[in-house]
Design a protein around this ligand. Structure first.
Ligand code: SF4
Length: 330
């Protein structure tokens, strides 16, 4: 990769931010002017609000590879899941007392600060990491495009990974065709009551299904990998099994196998653990049992879904990020 000092004229890259004057990026369709503050559902303005830029080695092998991935975690989210494992950075303070007050905002009028973010990313790329993941980017797609354009203009050519809750609009996803290399969407719920009770979005099953169809249209069933088996292009759908909700998980898998393709790559996750906010919740206050997880794995096999990954059952002991640390995953 070509090394270069980050020298750029900020205004050369900011065209995508115009879209934030009347924001309808995601299915919430707020039509908020984000250049005048964070009045939309996601409480995010037009700034580059980034919680962390770090190397993450704990994603799926095809995503992390041997050297890890440079993950860029945006603040806030366009879904507010009550059990969110990254709640420190994604939850709105009004919803979750454990969340930070919307923090670490880098203003668009501050090119030096954006330059700092770019320097953090390129410092990681210079260490031999050749992939960049945007985590929960649905409400920050224009800012994501600015970052991509700047990094490309500096001569770097990493694999770009779009790591999303899948609460995305098809029209917005179409603007990413030819830009994003690997889509990494969740498919959280097939059950709209669960989507409402846990994430405040009754339409999630329909919206996410359309989003995944669009990603699949762009990428197809094949996951193109390099000589080290890390993904260069494709789609991997993640599903987190929730305690007490095996039927929801079975429905998600059946949808993917029957309506998308049994060849689609699926990452079936066992890592759920109850955060403080839900520790007394009747369903969400415990971990998934081994028999619940095994039942879902069994269904995956029954449906002929052999592409992807299942997790070690003990994974919830390891995936506990702390975004108050400089390295949230160490
Ligand atoms: S990105 Fe934020 S402001 Fe824009 S439509 Fe979605 S929730 Fe509303």
């Amino acid at each position: 990769m070509k090394k270069q000092t980050p020298v750029f004229t900020f205004n050369d890259f900011t065209d995508p931010l115009k879209e934030l004057e009347n924001c309808a990026l995601c299915p919430k369709n707020c039509y908020a002017n984000r250049h005048k503050g964070g009045s939309g559902y996601c409480k995010s303005d037009a700034s580059f609000s980034i919680a962390s830029v770090c190397i993450h080695k704990g994603e799926e092998p095809a995503i992390s590879g041997a050297n890890g991935i440079c993950n860029i975690f945006f603040n806030s989210c366009n879904l507010q899941c009550i059990y969110c494992q990254n709640y420190q950075i994604t939850s709105h303070p009004a919803v979750n007392s454990g969340a930070r007050a919307i923090p670490r905002v880098v203003r668009t009028t501050d090119p030096d600060s954006l330059s700092g973010i770019i320097s953090q990313i390129t410092a990681i790329l210079d260490q031999g990491v050749n992939r960049v993941g945007f985590v929960s980017p649905s409400h920050f797609i224009p800012q994501m495009k600015v970052i991509i354009n700047i990094i490309l203009s500096m001569g770097y050519k990493p694999v770009w990974v779009y790591n999303t809750n899948a609460y995305d609009k098809v029209e917005t996803l179409r603007t990413l065709e030819g830009i994003i290399d690997v889509y990494l969407p969740d498919y959280k719920y097939i059950d709209s009551n669960l989507a409402w009770n846990y994430s405040g979005a009754r339409d999630y099953p329909v919206i996410a299904a359309k989003a995944i169809r669009e990603m699949f249209r762009q990428k197809g069933a094949s996951l193109i990998t390099d000589e080290e088996n890390t993904a260069e292009s494709g789609i991997i759908v993640r599903h987190l099994v929730l305690p007490g909700h095996v039927e929801n998980s079975l429905g998600v898998l059946r949808f993917l196998a029957e309506e998308i393709s049994p060849r689609i790559h699926v990452s079936l996750m066992a890592q759920y653990y109850p955060t403080n906010r839900v520790k007394n919740h009747p369903q969400l206050g415990r971990r998934v049992t081994e028999s619940e997880y095994s039942r879902v794995v069994e269904e995956m096999e029954k449906l002929g879904m052999f592409n992807g990954w299942i997790q070690e059952f003990e994974s919830s002991d390891f995936y506990r990020p702390d975004f108050d640390n400089h390295h949230p995953f160490e």
